[in-house]
Ligand binder design. Structure first.
Ligand SMILES: NC(=O)c1ccc[n+]([C@@H]2O[C@H](COP(=O)([O-])OP(=O)(O)OC[C@H]3O[C@@H](n4cnc5c(N)ncnc54)[C@H](OP(=O)(O)O)[C@@H]3O)[C@@H](O)[C@H]2O)c1
Length: 508
């Protein structure tokens, strides 16, 4: 098993940016407060804005005070002494002589043994140029050139790459090639903060540390699976960025297919990263091409109304291209061509300005094979009791609930549904953790379990490409304002499930 995180210099490209201030530094500060960040670890931020070390620390303090749990001014002072800043353009070669020297000096001073964790927190178009410059510098000791040496004894250089990873299959493939020319696959950490969420990881425990679920976890007993991630907010001031992206790319390709892989994959032979990643790659690979797109996808754009986005419809927002057909809601049905899941649909949906903020997985079981209770009065006019269901809630609450049939007390038999509920925070008296910190620690200890493999990313692109291609244009024709804010999405999404005799799990 992988042990303690190694001390290292964390080099953040994009030091003056939003992610660094709101997520990365608060996460590192939290790790420091609870004592899991090795004391020798230091951070070097780089971006073009001219700032001193102290100015960068001052820039980061308000975000940490606001977003980090357990913020304390004196602890911040101590932590901030390990934050350093370098002003420079990371895409030009001239930057790297002095920059490399700075990293080496910090590594010596803090006793990081030459370990460097690069974090690409810049716009995706800069990933390739920066990786190319890293390659040209003398920063990489590990990698192809050194793979025949004793790697355990060597300092390591790893890289965390933010999302989005590519804009389509081709660009993701090109980026993978560019990264692969400089870093070994086991040094590349494609981050997905969704996979850092406690309940997503708990899926592995739920499925593989228990006996009661796995025998039922297949097409014989499960009717279908729903994976939903809905938000109540609109795109806000990210309209221009969002218009280039859309719900399929922003949520389904990048996050929800990862969740799908954990729900659907075969048990790994061990819980080691490479075995888990192998199974994820295999299951993503087993996704069937969708066939008739018009029957297995629905897209939408929210209309105006309410307070968010100044009450404007998506297509009216400044930054959105005239006539844009970018979806703010997407629902797709996927099926697997394998023994476990043959014929069981997985419905995935995501949307903005929806009725509730909720991320959940619904495992809908089939009706029992024999209707032993059909003689009861409650079934006199036909109908069925709801079948068993497991709901795994990821956000905002983290928990698992299971619905089954029970007998109503009293003489005679009447059936009613009962729910067994496990609330993660209540049971373990733990608040949901921000995912970035634990993921950065994993990268420091060389654990890739919760990071995406190159084939995983490309497989997920391959699965969504038919829904992005021109074959899906017809579904986008009448997309403008086709669902009101505060609803559960366009009617076409309900119709998509109704055609299969099913309905979305829309809970108040
Ligand atoms: N923000 C989030 O909540 C969030 C969530 C998930 C993923 N992400 C991803 O994280 C990445 C960063 O997002 P962000 O929101 O932090 O973006 P941002 O606020 O626009 O920050 C971009 C950073 O890149 C720096 N930069 C730009 N050109 C540079 C260059 N040539 N050399 C060195 N630094 C350069 C900018 O600083 P200077 O102008 O000073 O150079 C700035 O610090 C993106 O890939 C994004 O998709 C962000």
């Amino acid at each position: 098993m992988l042990g303690e995180p190694d001390p290292c210099v964390i080099v953040i490209f994009g030091a003056s940016g939003d992610l660094t201030a709101r997520k990365l530094i608060p996460a590192l500060y939290e790790l420091d407060v609870v004592g899991t960040l090795p004391r020798e670890t230091c951070v070097l931020g780089v971006s073009r804005t001219l700032m001193s070390d102290d100015a960068w620390r001052d820039h980061l303090q308000p975000g940490t005070a606001e977003h980090a749990k357990g913020y304390d001014p004196s602890r911040w002072e101590a932590f901030a002494k390990r934050l350093f800043y370098f002003a420079g353009d990371a895409t030009v070669a001239e930057t790297y002589a002095e920059f490399t020297e700075r990293i080496e000096t910090l590594s010596r001073h803090f006793k990081c043994h030459g370990n460097v964790l690069f974090y690409l927190s810049v716009t995706p178009s800069l990933y390739e140029p920066i990786v190319h410059r890293i390659d040209e510098s003398s920063l990489i000791l590990e990698g192809r050139r050194w793979c025949s040496l004793n790697r355990e004894a060597m300092p390591w250089q790893r890289i965390i790459v933010e999302k989005p990873f590519g804009h389509d299959l081709e660009s993701a493939h090109t980026l993978n090639l560019a990264l692969g020319r400089v870093f070994e696959e086991d040094a590349i950490y494609r981050i997905d903060h969704y996979l850092g969420k406690e309940l997503v990881q708990n899926l592995l425990v739920l499925r593989f540390a228990n006996t009661i679920f796995e025998p039922l976890w297949n097409h014989r007993y499960i009717d279908h699976v729903q994976i939903s991630a809905t938000e109540t907010v609109g795109v806000g001031d990210r309209a221009a960025f969002y218009d280039e992206t859309g719900a399929l790319r922003d949520m389904i390709q990048s996050h929800l297919l990862q969740v799908l892989a954990l729900v659907a994959m075969e048990p790994p032979s061990t819980m080691q990263a490479h075995h888990i990643r192998q199974e994820k790659v295999k299951i993503i690979d087993a996704i069937e091409p969708p066939g008739n797109i018009s029957r297995c996808a629905a897209f939408g754009q929210y209309s105006g109304g309410g307070d968010d986005d100044s009450g404007l419809a998506y297509h009216e927002l400044p930054g959105v291209a005239p006539g844009s057909t970018t979806e703010t809601f997407a629902a797709i049905a996927l099926r697997f061509d394998n023994w476990r899941w043959a014929g069981t649909p997985f419905y995935i949906r995501t949307g903005k300005r929806m009725a509730r903020k909720r991320t959940e997985i619904v495992i809908q079981f089939k009706q029992p094979p024999a209707k032993l209770f059909r003689h009861l009065e409650q079934f006199a006019s036909g109908g069925e009791r709801p079948a068993n269901r497991i709901v795994i809630e990821i956000a905002p609450r983290e928990g698992v609930s299971m619905r089954f049939e029970g007998k109503v007390p009293g003489s005679g038999i009447t059936l009613d549904s009962v729910t067994m509920d496990f609330d993660y925070a209540h049971r373990f008296e733990a608040e949901p953790q921000e995912a970035y910190g634990p993921l950065i620690l994993d990268a420091m200890r060389g654990d890739q379990t919760l990071f995406k493999h190159r084939y995983d990313v490309e497989g997920a692109w391959k699965a969504v490409m038919p829904f992005l291609d021109s074959g899906a244009d017809d579904l986008r024709k009448d997309i403008h304002a086709n669902y009101p804010p505060g609803s559960w999405g366009p009617k076409s999404a309900d119709a998509m499930l109704a055609r299969d005799g099913r309905a979305w799990h829309n809970r108040e």
